[in-house]
Design a protein around this ligand. Structure first.
Ligand code: HEM
Length: 123
């Protein structure tokens, strides 16, 4: 699928930067930040490896964490539309900072909108 062409276009370096910028944004949103561990390093690494895999790079994420089953893993938290919006805004801001061409950017934005909608598990 089209997500799997992103890795070739933006390379590992920008996926790493995306994870870093995303958690910088999370750090500014106290209601979202409160859900994450105090030390964000592990979370950043997990997101980076997951995104590498989603966007067509190495599958290290599943080799170490197993099948993503992201919706299930997120049942630990009550994710309503507000939290989804805050999360998604952090990710969209992080994407903007990457300075990548519009085609790749559009594909990534679409992916994250759908993925974030899918993670809602509370009214
Ligand atoms: C893990 C929150 C959406 C990908 C986590 C964690 C939290 C969280 C608190 C635990 C951090 C950690 O790894 O220690 C949320 C909230 C969302 C959301 C509030 C609102 C919609 C998403 C979306 C994706 C995603 C849309 C993917 C596109 C991940 C991944 C992990 C994770 C890959 C690590 C899973 C693991 O291997 O344990 N999320 N998340 N999250 N999240 Fe989200």
């Amino acid at each position: 699928n089209e997500f799997q062409t992103i890795y070739q276009q933006i390379k590992e370096e920008k996926i790493l930067l995306l994870s870093k910028y995303f958690y910088q944004e999370v750090g500014l949103q106290s209601d979202l930040r409160a859900l994450y561990p105090e030390d964000l390093e592990g979370a950043e690494e997990r997101l980076f490896l997951f995104l590498l895999q989603v966007f067509g790079g190495p599958t290290t994420y599943s080799e170490s964490r197993g099948h993503p089953r992201l919706r299930m893993r997120h049942l630990n938290w009550k994710i309503d539309s507000h939290l989804r919006n805050v999360w998604l805004n952090c990710m969209l801001k992080a994407i903007d900072k990457l300075g990548i061409e519009q085609n790749a950017k559009g594909i990534m934005q679409d992916y994250f909108v759908k993925a974030a909608n899918h993670m809602i598990n509370h009214q």
